[in-house]
Design a protein around this ligand. Structure first.
Ligand SMILES: [Zn+2]
Length: 210
């Protein structure tokens, strides 16, 4: 294991709102090579709006950042998100996050492709998103649309799942367009969720209200 503890300064930035970590994107960027360290950032209109530091260790991805939430103020956060690998259809393996959430003393332990930030990066179940999905809002329509496309491409429904691989015989262009449509619908759904959180609780950070 290399990297961690070598004295380099971790990237630290406010992550007071709902940023998400996508295992697919991080995997493509080579984040899950043991010993790798760096910063993961979010941009808006080409400008950096938040970032966290990470170190890939043997047992998982260590995240380091400063959280600044309404109720808890500024805190240095440092914990490991275990990374699991599961075999995929076309050979090889895919990484998944093991949700590090602990709710009412019980470990969540769900394997997911996406974690959502607040004070901590956790799966949508831990963020209690299920409650919201019961209501008939634009977000549900967007997710239904995305799920339909995911299933049509041979994948599983749900933003916690990996995007399906290109089906044999499908044009690359068509595939790219479908993937873009799925990602756009899911991004919009996330935006609707954050807007709902703002309306209901006055903050997009669920950990400031728990
Ligand atoms: Zn969870």
């Amino acid at each position: 294991m290399g990297g961690y503890g070598s004295g380099r300064k971790a990237h630290k930035t406010k992550t007071g709102d709902m940023r998400s970590l996508d295992v697919n994107k991080m995997h493509r960027s080579g984040v899950f090579e043991v010993g790798r360290m760096g910063g993961w950032q979010w941009t808006q209109d080409g400008e950096k709006v938040a970032s966290i530091g990470y170190v890939m260790e043997e047992r998982g991805l260590r995240l380091r950042y400063t959280s600044d939430s309404y109720w808890h103020g500024k805190e240095d956060i440092n914990y490991v998100v275990p990374i699991l690998r599961r075999p995929c259809h076309h050979g090889g393996t895919r990484p998944y996050f093991l949700c590090p959430g602990v709710v009412n003393g019980r470990r969540c332990g769900r394997t997911v492709a996406k974690l959502y930030g607040g004070r901590y990066f956790l799966c949508r179940h831990c963020h209690n998103l299920a409650y919201y999905s019961q209501s008939e809002e634009p977000r549900d329509r967007l997710l239904r649309k995305a799920n339909k496309k995911r299933v049509a491409l041979g994948g599983e429904p749900g933003t916690d799942e990996w995007l399906p691989e290109r089906p044999k015989g499908m044009w690359h262009r068509t595939y790219e367009r479908e993937i873009e449509a799925i990602e756009q619908a899911e991004r919009l759904a996330d935006a609707h969720f954050m807007a709902w959180m703002m309306r209901r609780f006055g903050t997009p950070d669920i950990y400031s209200i728990l």
